[in-house]
Design a protein around this ligand. Structure first.
Ligand SMILES: Nc1nc2c(ncn2[C@@H]2O[C@H](COP(=O)(O)OP(=O)(O)OP(=O)(O)O)[C@@H](O)[C@H]2O)c(=O)[nH]1
Ligand SMILES: [Mg+2]
Length: 453
């Protein structure tokens, strides 16, 4: 398959077709929640349409679209041919023309027929939420595996839509209105070709995954625990990752700045070396095909020893975002009450005095074993405490062993220093050296075998 170069300046997937990059963002809002199904909104989601629109505009900017206007369209129900009603279609057609927009983002799930009808009426490319997210993922993919996964998700998404509607017109129109990116070569392809392509990608992915598994297995033999950063997009994972590693990973005020996990070894103050892993941001209404496609990337999370759930506490939708992240984690088999999760309440520097006090109070009142850690990845406040919390979690998984050594056994003692964490050593009343060590289960077994405890 063709290899995509995505580093630095070469990372320019120029919009194809009509795209000059001026975009109109529409947030359709169905007033009656019982009919709000087509939009794919989760029940109990408390986000306001304004917040939704704000996020959608951020997503559009993340692919360098020039957002010329955004607006909320209130609907009573979805109109099958065009999603929004005739009056709105005309109104938006006028806007598209006067603003010279070449792209209209519909922040909802639209069918291919709706898309085609809208594109005709508006004389612009129409992209829905899934299309937009896939576009972002496609642009941010940095590794071969990431690129393959996005392409796979993209093709699966296209195929899913083919099943419902694949007409002569669709073929002529060429594709589904993506601005280029993975799968672009498939624009004229029929379903059979899509399937063949998907199958081939699966083979490639399998190969890449197996290589990665080998890497992971070899890393497993080294006794470094994995600490994974997860969280809603823009929560500050990469900034925190940088703080904790002093490494420089692309961190930008851009949604989905990170796609593939980045891993770094970090030495903690008490001598533990960990592997810190930054991951792709989560987002609401993440298409299921995408969750499935990213499972491999998120395997690091599934196997992590500690999962840091980074939240933007300064965001008005922080609860809804947290809920979305928990939902994706559950799909990966990680329940919200999983003991490995530590909530990191980030961006506290952005809170006013009252907000700050309220948050610190909440932290204080939380039961010790579920206590979140309030931090600012920007100022560094609370990061030490966070590292302390990670050490505590890691220590819980490890076992403490009391040993009694002959004081002359210098070799034994130095072996212990090399293979375990020596917590204390004291001469006891029998003239023996009482040593307390801590080690993870595998190492603990070796310690026991060596000193026949
Ligand atoms: N004020 C403030 N801004 C922060 C803090 N942490 C991160 N930010 C800002 O939030 C934006 C997003 O930060 P990132 O670290 O890129 O977020 P992320 O979670 O990695 O985002 P994705 O990789 O896109 O999912 C950047 O502009 C950061 O400078 C913080 O503690 N305080
Ligand atoms: Mg990031």
């Amino acid at each position: 398959m063709e290899q995509r170069e995505r580093d630095g300046d070469k990372d320019v997937l120029t919009p194809t077709g009509s795209g000059s990059g001026r975009a109109l963002v529409i947030e359709p809002w169905i007033k009656n929640p019982s009919t709000r199904r087509g939009g794919g909104r989760a029940a109990g989601d408390t986000r306001t349409p304004e917040a939704r629109l704000e996020e959608a505009m951020g997503l559009a900017r993340a692919i360098d679209l020039d957002v010329v206007q955004g607006g909320i369209v209130m609907l009573h129900a979805v109109r099958p041919p065009t999603y929004v009603g005739k009056g709105k279609v005309d109104e938006i057609a006028g806007l598209t023309k006067s603003l010279e927009a070449s792209v209209v983002i519909m922040d909802c799930a639209i069918s291919p027929v709706q898309q085609r009808n809208l594109e005709k009426a508006w004389g612009a490319k129409v992209i829905d939420r899934t299309g937009l997210i896939l576009e972002i993922f496609g642009r941010r993919a940095r590794t071969r595996e990431g690129a393959l996964q996005v392409e796979h998700a993209h093709l699966t998404y296209q195929k899913g839509r083919l099943v419902r509607s694949w007409t002569h017109l669709e073929r002529q129109r060429g594709g589904f209105g993506f601005l280029g990116g993975p799968g672009e070569t498939q624009i004229e392809a029929d379903r059979r070709m899509l399937e063949e392509r998907i199958a081939r990608i699966e083979v490639d992915l399998d190969k890449v995954k197996r290589t990665r598994k080998l890497h992971r297995d070899s890393r497993k033999r080294t006794p470094y625990p994995i600490v994974a950063l997860v969280g809603y997009t823009n929560a500050g994972k990469s900034t925190l990752f940088n703080r904790m590693t002093t490494a420089s990973v692309l961190s930008a005020d851009m949604l989905f700045a990170t796609l593939d996990p980045t891993m770094r070894a970090v030495d903690l103050p008490h001598g533990n070396r960990i592997i810190l892993s930054d991951t792709v941001g989560f987002i609401s209404d993440l298409p299921t095909t995408l969750v499935a496609a990213f499972r491999a990337t998120l395997e690091e999370v599934i196997e992590a020893d500690v999962i840091l759930h980074v939240r933007d506490l300064s965001h008005e939708d922080t609860s809804a975002q947290s809920h979305d992240v928990e939902k994706v984690l559950s799909e990966l088999g990680i329940a919200p009450e999983d003991r490995r999760i530590v909530e990191v309440w980030n961006k506290i520097d952005r809170l006013d005095a009252n907000g700050r006090e309220r948050i610190l109070n909440l932290v204080e009142r939380a039961p010790a074993e579920r206590r979140p850690v309030a931090v600012s990845a920007i100022t560094g406040e609370g990061v030490e405490r966070l590292i302390g919390a990670v050490e505590t979690r890691l220590a819980e998984k490890r076992q403490t062993i009391e040993l009694s050594l002959d004081p002359s056994d210098g070799a034994g003692l130095s072996w212990l220093y090399r293979h375990a964490e020596v917590l204390s050593k004291d001469m006891d009343e029998h003239g023996k050296l009482a040593v307390t060590v801590r080690a993870d289960p595998d190492q603990a077994a070796r310690v026991r075998a060596k000193f026949t405890v």
